[in-house]
Structure formats: C-alpha cells, structure tokens
Design a protein around this ligand. Structure first.
Ligand SMILES: Cc1cc2nc3c(=O)[nH]c(=O)nc-3n(C[C@H](O)[C@H](O)[C@H](O)COP(=O)(O)OP(=O)(O)OC[C@H]3O[C@@H](n4cnc5c(N)ncnc54)[C@H](O)[C@@H]3O)c2cc1C
Length: 427
C-alpha cells in the first residue's frame, strides 16, 4: 500500500478489469512490441462468471468468436491454439459439440491470462481523478499516473425495483448460485425469477438436483413465453462489424427502438436447455414421478417482496389478466440480468463523460467523448450499447472492438477494419 500521495508509476495505457474484453485487448496487443499496457484486476486470479458456471452450461456464441480470431486468425491466443497446446484438439473435434461447454472457454481464458504480459491480479481500482493531463489512479496497492485508460469492468447484477437483497435469508442474484451449498435447497420453497439463460440454467439445475430437491419449485418469467434465443443466420448478421457500424450511424431514437427489437437475439434462452427442461418435465410426469411438478409462470411480474417470519412472501401479477396472487418462498433467486452502471471509482471524472440511455457515448474508436481540448483517451469496452448495439455487451465482437482500439492507440491500421457487408440492408 502506497502511504504517500506520490504516484509509484507512470504508464501510457492502464486497463482496468481483466475479463474477456480486456483479455482480448491484451492478446491482440501482445503482437505489438511498442504497446505497453498495464492491466489491473481485482480478483486473485482469472475467472469468468464462476458463480454461474454450472457443469452443463454452454456458450451462446461460436468458438470462432474467441479473443482474437475475428481480428487476427494468426494470433497464437486463439481457442484452437489453446486446444492444440493443451493436447485436446482431436478429442474436441470428435466430440462435435453443437454448443461449446462454458467451462472450456473459462479454461481457455485462464490459459491466455497466464501467458499474457502486464497482468496484475488482486489489485483493484478505488478512485480515478484527472489532473494536469493525466489520470491519477488510486488502487488498493499504489497510485499510478496514466495517460490513457481502457475500461473493461463488465456489468453488475441487476435487480428489479421491488427486490430486497437478503443474503442471509436467501434472496440473491443468479450470478451467486454456484457458490451456494446445494443442501440449502433441500425441502425448501424455491422461486427463480427471470426467464433468460441464467434463469433457465438455475431452474434446470434445481429441478434435476438429485441430492437436495426443493419442496416446491417455481420459475417466473415476465416474457410471454420461455423464449428461445433468436439464432437464425439473419440474426447472426446483427453480430457483425458491418451492422455495428450501421447502428453507430443511426439517431438515438432509432437505436433505442432497434435495441428493444434485438433483445431476444442476445437475451433469449439457448434451445438446448429449453429442450432439456421440457424433456425432464416429461420424464418427471410419466416415468420417475419423484417430484411435484414445478410451477412455470409466464407473463408474470413480481411486484413486491416481503419478509414473512423466516421466509418471504412474493406478490405477483399476471400481465394478461391483471390478476394478482401471492407465493411463499424460502429462497428467491433473481436471474434478472446484468446492467452497465458507472462504478463509483469513476465519480471524480464522471463530469467528463457523456451518457446515453444504455451506456457511455463513444467515438468510432471506442473512446469516450470527452470535453474538447482533452487529448487523453478513455476507451470503453462493453459499456456503450447505445453507441454500438446489442453486440457490445456480448463476447461476439470483442476481438473486432479490441482491434479498433489498438489501431487507435497505434495511430495506424495494424488491423484491417474493412468488413464484409451483410446480406440484409439495414437502412
Ligand atoms: C453467465 C454468463 C454467460 C455469458 N455467456 C456469453 C456467451 O456465451 N456469449 C456471449 O457473447 N456473451 C456471453 N455473456 C455476456 C458477456 O460476454 C460476458 O458478460 C463477458 O464476461 C463480458 O466481458 P467483460 O470483460 O466486458 O466483463 P467481465 O467478464 O465482467 O469482466 C470485468 C472484470 O473487471 C473486474 N473489475 C471490475 N471493477 C474493477 C475494479 N474497480 N478494479 C479492478 N478490476 C475490476 C471484474 O472483477 C471482472 O473480472 C455471458 C454473460 C454471463 C453473465
């Protein structure tokens, strides 16, 4: 810990957060000797959404959308290169996964993080100030003066307004689910709120829990069905650089309309897990008949959560009939998604940034729009959905975004940014 107010280091580029976004930047930057980037990550070691990493969890995107391939297929930090160097390429090929197991991507990311230069784990950023042409970054260990920043801090769990977090009494976010002891669910009334991918995975895990089955299990979605992710080739065109550039050029109103229309291309449930859930419902009803059928509630809003002795009362409303009802719950798991929020450590520089409804307003090189006259840059990874569309908060165009940032840092196009067009005409 630096007890004085003097910076212990001066750097050109400081990247905050080491998730897949900044890992992609590190992997692509590793080919450019003149680019030195310091990376800070608060976790002790790399891990990717470990609280949601169930044994059966699969990726919702292709392995080609790894850290580097879509920007530079020759980079040694590709997923295929990982499989090759860990001697599992033939097994992987023979397994013919239709969706890649998520644990394997987590291992791939770890493998890359262990080899990439400039990584500092177990060090978190407490405050960023701006003075005299530098960012003064206070971390848990030191003060660093940085000319430019790259924010790759991800999103935080989102809770609906009515939700009252109560970790001891068991009302928590789905991203914490895997950290819980399975025994806590035995004979309990468990309610899963949220009809997206995490909700589906948590529900399936609870329903197939062989050791500590809940007494009652309810899965609630406000959507009109447990909707699958839209995965047609035409939807895949939304996740292309060409579409992102088109989206960038639209006015704000059109962007917000498109973001709403594209929700299920990003937030729907993978078809394989929906099929597995349905099959399990079938087996449960007609074969093993071991457990009570679960309550599957769609078109349902949870409007209020109340403490009721040692458990909770949930007030729900059907959006079609407007009828209301109550549910008892010992455990509530909110699988209500993630949200981009400016973290408190950026409060001192907040007035320098401009915001749109869904994130920070950025230039075409993914740097935040700062007041005129400021030469420093703050590159935004995964924090400007308003500017770039739904792909920005997913992994899918991470390599392309990092390549654009590197081109901007270098001042020339080290990466070819001329993109294939799409078959669809967007505007
Ligand atoms: C369970 C789950 C599965 C997903 N699967 C897919 C998928 O299959 N395909 C897809 O396209 N998208 C997927 N996504 C969406 C998205 O791609 C991921 O959320 C991805 O992790 C985003 O990467 P990131 O690096 O931007 O953020 P994160 O992975 O959230 O990483 C941010 C990092 O910043 C660190 N950090 C934050 N604050 C500080 C600080 N003050 N100081 C230091 N470090 C800090 C955090 O500890 C974290 O490690 C998934 C999301 C979830 C939640």
């Amino acid at each position: 810990m630096n007890k004085t107010n003097h910076p212990s280091e001066e750097v050109s580029y400081l990247a905050i957060g080491v998730g897949p976004s900044n890992l992609s930047l590190a992997a692509l930057a590793s080919k450019h000797d003149n680019l030195n980037i310091t990376f800070l990550e608060k976790k002790k070691q790399f891990s990717w959404h470990e609280g949601s990493l169930l044994p059966f969890s699969n990726m919702q995107s292709s392995h080609i959308r790894d850290l580097v391939t879509l920007a530079d297929p020759t980079n040694k930090f590709s997923f295929i290169s990982y499989l090759h160097s860990t001697k599992k390429l033939y097994h992987f090929m023979a397994a013919e996964f239709s969706n890649i197991p998520r644990f394997e991507f987590n291992n791939y990311y770890k493998w890359a993080a262990e080899q990439l230069p400039g990584m500092h784990f177990d060090e978190w950023v407490n405050e960023v100030q701006y003075e005299e042409g530098n960012f003064r970054v206070h971390t848990s260990k030191r003060i660093i003066l940085a000319k430019n920043l790259i924010l790759g801090i991800g999103s935080i769990p989102y809770f609906p307004e009515h939700a009252v977090l109560d970790i001891d009494r068991h009302a928590y976010h789905g991203t914490e689910y895997c950290k819980k002891n399975k025994e806590t669910f035995r004979n309990k009334k468990v309610v899963v709120v949220g009809g997206g991918q995490t909700g589906a995975e948590v529900f399936f895990d609870l329903f197939t829990n062989k050791t500590a089955l809940p007494k009652e299990l309810t899965w609630i979605s406000r959507r009109s069905l447990f909707n699958p992710m839209e995965e047609s080739p035409f939807h895949t065109e939304i996740f292309t650089p060409y579409f992102s550039e088109c989206f960038y050029s639209l006015d704000l109103d059109s962007k917000e309309k498109l973001l709403a229309q594209h929700k299920l291309a990003s937030d729907g449930v993978s078809s394989d897990i929906l099929q597995n859930i349905y099959k399990e419902l079938y087996f449960n009803k007609y074969q093993h008949k071991e457990k009570l059928p679960p309550n599957l509630l769609i078109n349902t809003d949870v409007v209020k959560q109340e403490l009721n002795g040692d458990s909770f009362k949930l007030y729900i409303q059907n959006k079609v009939t407007n009828s209301t009802d109550q549910l008892d719950a010992d455990i509530i798991i909110y699988c209500t998604g993630l949200d981009y929020k400016l973290p408190e450590f950026l409060n001192p520089i907040k007035p320098m940034l401009t915001f749109e409804k869904s994130g920070i307003d950025t230039h075409k090189d993914f740097s935040a729009k700062l007041p005129s006259g400021i030469k420093n840059k703050i590159y935004i990874q995964n924090g400007s959905t308003s500017s770039w569309g739904v792909s920005d908060r997913n992994l899918v165009l991470g390599a392309w975004r990092s390549a654009k940032i590197i081109n901007s840092m270098l001042g020339f196009n080290a990466y070819d940014m001329e993109s294939e067009n799409t078959f669809v005409t967007w505007k």
